[in-house]
Design a protein around this ligand. Structure first.
Ligand code: GCU
Length: 664
């Protein structure tokens, strides 16, 4: 059900009003697949909400209902358009309005009808007064894509919700109902693309039988306005094609990709394109042949271009060059390539320069490639954030990232203004509730909503999700909204306060490990990222250190150059400071660190208290599920606090700050 539960309106008088206003659905849509989905979803959702099936329109004289259709196809809509000034709605936008007793849903192309239908259902679920409806919506970006890190053997890289939902073994014949439910859920929040395979890619996906399987999925997704994408392993021409090179400038390699792409489009005419991780963490790439990322990407782009496909090329790169600050690497490697990529290539950048930490400053690359369309990559699965166990409402983090202004001295420098699309690393798996931790659903939901409208407030999304998921009880909605709003600051406090980062235990990245410093590569060691000694802690990224700060626009960097003006939440990301360094509030760094860890623990306690207050107001099964997870989170927040402080005490030789309880 996810957020599509569509609870019957409890109050019979209110229900009656909606029934009277929405007696029929009249669709003048041209009858395409996506428009048909829109009508079907409306019919299904409204019968669940109202307890009756709306008629097929237009119904009896004097009756009121919903007219949906494309501009110029319906007398009723055109009658309205004669007096109203509705702008061009693009291929996915819609206009939803109350007019002369009817609800009108208007679009210029079919996907708009689909998104408008789901919007209308959300409004009815929230008991919005239909007479107030007057919304014109268009997505901020054309690319709103989920990235599944799903392997063909059914495992999921950094997946905490069971196995992959794609059953490659039984495709293409067996179509799991989940595929349809998945498409519905995504369409309902505006997601319009999905990469179904892991970035650590397997070339097997390009074998003909696997392409048939992929086609079966694409056929399911299409009526929901969702395009299928695949990850492309750069060495596929060798592994699958039997060539002795994957050099992107080799004519045989160029021909191989061209032909492969043709095979794909013969099956999937609206195929989205490729996502590529190359020369990163051991993945093959153009470097093996002395070629650049741009040369590599362009060969794939040229093969896709005639069919309308895109290449999304990831900028997640770092090497083990001694003494190099990993923070700097993507920028150093990619900025010289700005302007060298074909038009249908987008460079995909993780929100932060290191790797999905609980909190990172945004990557400087977002402001450094003006001639290349960029995608923001967010994690929905919570690799470094407590995985499937901790409740952490990621919308807060997304909001912070999207709203960061990298060019504070001029307009247009907020991250959401610098990108052309958003990708989210999926947290979906075979778990009964899709995401393992029930609250993981909120992160999937938030991703979709923000990819559509990146300036939506996290709080608004929390409340909306809570209402759609748990029903209309305002106390339940308020409590869950509060919990979610508290959860992200809590996690940062008990894991990585004041700008600590990458101190999770190695490999699995679960739980604390700041003491680890004996791994083969410097930048794999948590110790590398804080370097605590008896005197000081933190990573100097100013001009006296790695100077990564100079990768940011001047107006942004200025504030971060001085610890006194650096926002405290990013302090140790940019500065190495003595334990006695005095913070604005008067505490020493050491004391503040201790208090933050303690605060994080207390905030989890507060979340658990809020949740306990909901007993009896929500069903017992979900109540228990969340309570049990919160109990683990509470214990593990304490674990984080105790382990990190014990370690930092041992290094600094300082006693526990007053106000922080001694470990048992
Ligand atoms: C992280 C993660 C890997 C993943 C990689 C990526 O390093 O731990 O599992 O493959 O990111 O984004 O490519």
């Amino acid at each position: 059900a996810l957020w599509l539960g569509h609870q019957l309106i409890e109050d019979s008088i209110v229900r009656q009003d909606y029934r009277a206003a929405l007696t029929f659905i009249d669709g003048s849509t041209g009858g395409g697949e996506v428009a048909t989905t829109a009508t079907n979803e409306l019919r299904r959702g409204l019968s669940e909400l109202l307890g009756v099936q709306p008629l097929r329109g237009p119904g009896e004289a004097g009756a009121h209902g919903i007219y949906l259709g494309l501009r110029g196809r319906s007398a009723r809509l055109d009658h309205y358009l004669a007096t109203a000034d509705v702008p061009d709605l693009g291929s996915e936008g819609y206009h939803l309005v109350y007019h002369d007793g009817d609800v009108l849903l208007l679009a210029d192309d079919e996907p708009g009808l689909l998104y408008g239908a789901f919007d209308l259902l959300r409004q009815v679920q929230a008991l919005t007064d239909l007479r107030s409806l007057n919304r014109t919506e268009q997505p901020a970006y054309a690319h709103r894509i989920l990235n599944h890190w799903d392997n063909l053997d059914g495992t999921v890289e950094r997946g905490y919700a069971g196995f992959s939902i794609w059953n490659w073994h039984q495709l293409p014949e067996y179509i799991d109902q989940r595929y349809v439910d998945y498409a519905r859920a995504n369409a309902s929040i505006g997601i319009n693309g999905t990469v179904v395979t892991n970035v650590n890619a397997n070339s097997l996906i390009f074998r003909e039988d696997y392409l048939d399987k992929a086609k079966a999925l694409a056929d399911i997704f299409r009526p929901y306005g969702i395009k299928l994408y695949l990850t492309a392993r750069f060495s596929s021409p060798m592994e699958l094609g039997g060539l002795d090179t994957a050099d992107p400038l080799d004519p045989a390699v160029i021909a191989w990709w061209k032909e492969k792409v043709e095979e794909i489009y013969a099956r999937i005419p609206d195929f989205g394109g490729f996502l590529v991780k190359a020369n990163s963490e051991g993945q093959p790439g153009p470097w093996e042949y002395g070629r650049t990322h741009a040369e590599g990407a362009n060969v794939l782009a040229d093969a896709l271009a005639p069919h309308g496909g895109i290449v999304v090329w990831r900028a997640f790169v770092y090497s083990d060059e001694a003494g190099r600050d990993r923070f700097r690497e993507a920028y150093d490697e990619f900025t010289p390539l700005d302007g060298r990529f074909r038009n249908n290539v987008l460079v995909q950048i993780k929100n932060g320069p290191i790797d999905f930490q609980p909190r990172e400053p945004v990557s400087p690359l977002f402001a450094a490639m003006p001639r290349t369309p960029l995608m923001l990559e967010l994690q929905i699965t919570k690799e470094y954030l407590g995985q499937g166990t901790h409740l952490v409402g990621l919308a807060s983090m997304y909001e912070e990232v999207l709203g960061t202004d990298l060019r504070p001295t001029e307009p247009g420098g907020e991250v959401h203004q610098l990108i052309s699309g958003i990708a989210g690393v999926s947290n979906i798996g075979t778990a009964r509730n899709w995401t393992g931790n029930l609250f993981g659903q909120a992160d999937w939901f938030a991703f979709g909503r923000l990819a559509w409208a990146p300036q939506t407030a996290a709080r608004e999304i929390f409340a909306e999700w809570a209402g759609l998921t748990f029903g209309r009880d305002p106390e339940v909605i308020d409590s869950i909204t509060q919990m979610l709003a508290l959860s992200y600051p809590a996690c940062v406090n008990y894991m990585t306060p004041l700008g600590l980062h990458h101190i999770m235990n190695t490999g699995h990245h679960y739980g604390p490990g700041p003491w680890i410093d004996d791994l083969g590569r410097a930048d794999w060691n948590p110790y590398y990222y804080h370097g605590a000694t008896r005197d000081s802690i933190g990573f100097d990224r100013t001009s006296t250190g790695s100077d990564a700060l100079s990768q940011y626009p001047e107006g942004f960097a200025r504030r971060y150059a001085d610890p006194a003006t650096t926002p405290e939440k990013f302090l140790l990301w940019f500065h190495r400071l003595p334990w006695d360094y005095e913070l604005a509030g008067g505490n020493t760094l050491w004391r503040e660190l201790g208090l933050r860890y303690q605060l994080g623990v207390e905030q989890v306690g507060e979340m658990a208290d809020i949740w306990s207050g909901l007993e009896g107001r929500i069903d017992a099964e979900r109540f228990r599920h969340v309570s049990q997870h919160l109990a683990i989170q509470q214990r593990e927040a304490e674990w984080w606090r105790d382990a990190c402080l014990a370690y930092f005490r041992s290094v600094s030789g300082r006693p526990l700050p007053e106000g922080v309880p001694a470990p048992p």
